[in-house]
Write a protein that binds this ligand. Structure first.
Ligand code: CA
Ligand code: CA
Length: 149
């Protein structure tokens, strides 16, 4: 991925698939879903509200292949840090559930030793590029986010 031609081909491929009409402009398709990548960082709450405002949900990952695709997409967009995931344990400490359905997670990829609820105040979840895995974080922190529908 170090030549301009390669980058051009990737952009062309993204544009081509989007133009097929399955996803709205600005949304990237993967399998049967469409994804919006934020251009700025927000708190978890703002990320959740922004996604709802676009009739979508804050990203919940179903499979490793989806997570691997996410890693590629956010790095291509210049995000080398991470994004919010739509999971919280604010109802019951240590029990992370999906925002969309309040259901226990089927697929997880926590970093080693996570979730660790540092200082008793980590109730939101982030995906981090450096570890390619998840960490529970302070909800008032600032991360990019991805909406999915
Ligand atoms: Ca917690
Ligand atoms: Ca943590």
């Amino acid at each position: 991925m170090d030549s301009p031609l390669c980058l051009f081909l990737v952009i062309f491929a993204l544009a081509e698939r989007t133009s097929a009409g399955r996803c709205h402009n600005g949304w990237a398709p993967f399998q049967s879903n469409c994804y919006y990548f934020s251009t700025s960082v927000t708190t978890f709450k703002e990320a959740m509200i922004n996604c709802y405002g676009m009739s979508a949900s804050l990203l919940e990952l179903q499979t490793y292949s989806e997570e691997n695709w996410l890693n590629l997409q956010i790095q291509l967009r210049g995000n080398n840090h991470g994004v919010w995931l739509g999971y919280s344990d604010i109802q019951k400490e240590g029990q992370f559930v999906t925002l969309s359905a309040a259901k226990v997670l089927q697929y997880t990829n926590w970093s080693k030793g996570e979730p660790n609820n540092v200082n008793g105040i980590e109730h939101c979840t982030g995906y981090f590029v450096n570890t390619k895995s998840w960490n529970d974080c302070i909800c008032a922190g600032q991360l990019h986010y991805v909406c999915k529908k």
